[in-house]
Design a protein around this ligand. Structure first.
Ligand code: SF4
Length: 467
């Protein structure tokens, strides 16, 4: 049970931010994806799929489908996508998704009913209404939606998702939408090549409410070109007017050497570090003062939303899609560049569309990298996810689950937490590790202390900072 006293978030002073804002992984997986390697191949993935039946209680099943197509490029984008208007490409892609789903279906054991289904991208709403229906049928023919219900969601781009399409999404069985916005300011939208008037987004969200979607999520980004404290305050006003159930507020990291599209952004247009921190702090203050809970990292949820309640009850989970209320699922990921997690194994598909097609068309699983967790990984996975999701960890639970003495196994890590304790970002008691309200903003840096691979390689430079 999360301590109610730590449910709030406090913003740290600027000098503390400077001291503790270190590059740190986002821990959508442990080990992080850069540790996955090519020694894990299709046979290993097939064996993980077959191994589900060996578990005393096989985990519920989740499917993720990556739809890589986008009509236009947003200049801030770091996703794996294909910019096109050619729908012959998407029709061929849906057929290949069907072939890949067949390959997985042949190998998987345990229940194939889905408690969770998520379409991400790219832009899933690039697909036409007919293609969306076909895509859904392609999945549910092989993996039916659980009769008891579940979380069935899609990332939508209002520029390709007018109210009529929202209706189609509801009719094919989806019950959650995640709406990409980033910023409502016209100058910012121009600078990132994403013109999306407020009325357009409002029409999509209003339609979702009218059609009975259970939950609407909204994605925002701070640190974009032309953004200022004043302009983003207006964006937050508009967000509050639309009242999404959940909000993700991501940090824009300008890495033009890695992401070609970002070269179109003028460095002179980017807000400075102090301005950027203030934009983020203002947003946190406004959202938490207006009925949203700071879930962690970049996520907020209404105080009565299931995510908030799961955090209060200590049952929140984290996976490649972010935070979730679902008990830890096995996730089958379909499509180019997607990552599956089945039991203790991660399996990645190739990033290049041609490589993925070549495998699927030859009738083999496309896995080209992956990782199988060992006992130490499983222990650390649990510890890191407890800290990331619940801001605290009860040592007794870890000891009972893994048969260890916590303070002995993690003596080095507890020592590494001392600076955090000194600055009241973390509280260490004989029974617990508690991230304080002031420490919540640094939660991934706290979790990082338990990452064996970072400690061994002494490398965290490739990860993003808070500001
Ligand atoms: S941000 Fe989304 S819509 Fe824009 S180019 Fe990237 S994947 Fe496509």
């Amino acid at each position: 049970m999360t301590n109610p006293e730590t449910s709030g978030v406090e913003l740290p002073e600027m000098d503390l931010l400077r001291k503790f804002d270190v590059p740190a992984p986002r821990y959508t997986s442990y080990p992080t994806a850069d540790r996955f390697n090519a020694s894990f191949g299709p046979e290993d993935y097939a064996s993980a799929l077959a191994g589900r039946a060996d578990e005393a209680e096989p985990a519920p099943l989740s499917v993720y489908v990556h739809v890589p197509f986008c009509n236009d490029v947003c200049y801030y984008c770091g996703c794996n996508k294909i910019v096109t208007r050619d729908h012959s490409k998407s029709r061929a892609y849906i057929e290949a998704i069907g072939r890949e789903a067949d390959l997985v279906k042949e190998k998987i054991t345990g229940s194939t009913e889905l408690e969770q289904l998520h379409f991400g991208g790219g832009t899933p709403t690039f697909l036409s209404n007919d293609e969306l229906a076909l895509m859904m049928e392609t999945i549910t023919k092989r993996f039916p939606l659980a009769a008891k219900g579940g979380e069935f969601s899609m990332e939508v781009d209002p520029r390709t998702c007018p109210p009529e399409k929202v209706k189609v999404l509801r009719e094919i069985g989806l019950n959650r939408l995640s709406c990409g916005v980033q910023d409502f300011n016209p100058d910012v939208q121009k600078a990132i090549n994403r013109i999306q008037p407020f009325e357009m987004t409002k029409a999509t969200i209003d339609a979702a409410r009218e059609c009975g979607f259970h939950s609407v999520n909204m994605d925002l980004i701070y640190g974009l070109p032309k953004q200022t404290r004043a302009s983003f305050a207006e964006t937050i006003d508009k967000v509050l007017e639309l009242s999404p159930d959940r909000i993700a507020l991501y940090h824009y990291a300008h890495l033009p050497n890695h992401f070609k599209a970002q070269r179109r952004i003028l460095p002179a247009d980017l807000p400075g570090t102090v301005e950027k921190v203030n934009i983020m702090f203002d947003a946190i203050r406004r959202l938490t003062a207006n009925g949203y809970r700071y879930i962690g990292m970049d996520h907020f949820a209404k105080n009565d939303d299931e995510l908030s309640l799961a955090q209060v009850n200590g049952t929140l989970q984290r996976n490649f899609q972010g935070y979730s209320t679902m008990a830890e699922c096995d996730m089958v990921a379909l499509g180019v560049s997607s990552i599956s997690k089945i039991g203790p194994a991660y399996a990645c598909n190739p990033r290049e569309l041609d490589d993925w097609y070549a495998a699927v068309n030859e009738g083999r699983l496309a896995t080209n990298r992956g990782y199988r967790l060992n006992d130490d990984d499983r222990l650390r996975y649990y510890v890191i996810m407890q800290i990331m999701c619940n801001f605290e960890l009860e040592k007794r639970k870890v000891e009972e689950r893994f048969g260890i003495v916590f303070d002995e196994v993690f003596a080095y890590e507890l020592k590494k937490l001392k600076p955090y304790v000194k600055h009241e970002l973390v509280e260490l008691t004989p029974e617990r590790i508690i991230v304080s309200p002031k420490g919540k903003i640094f939660v991934r840096a706290v979790a990082m202390q338990f990452d064996r691979y970072l400690r061994e390689s002494n490398r965290a430079g490739g990860y993003s900072r808070i500001a």
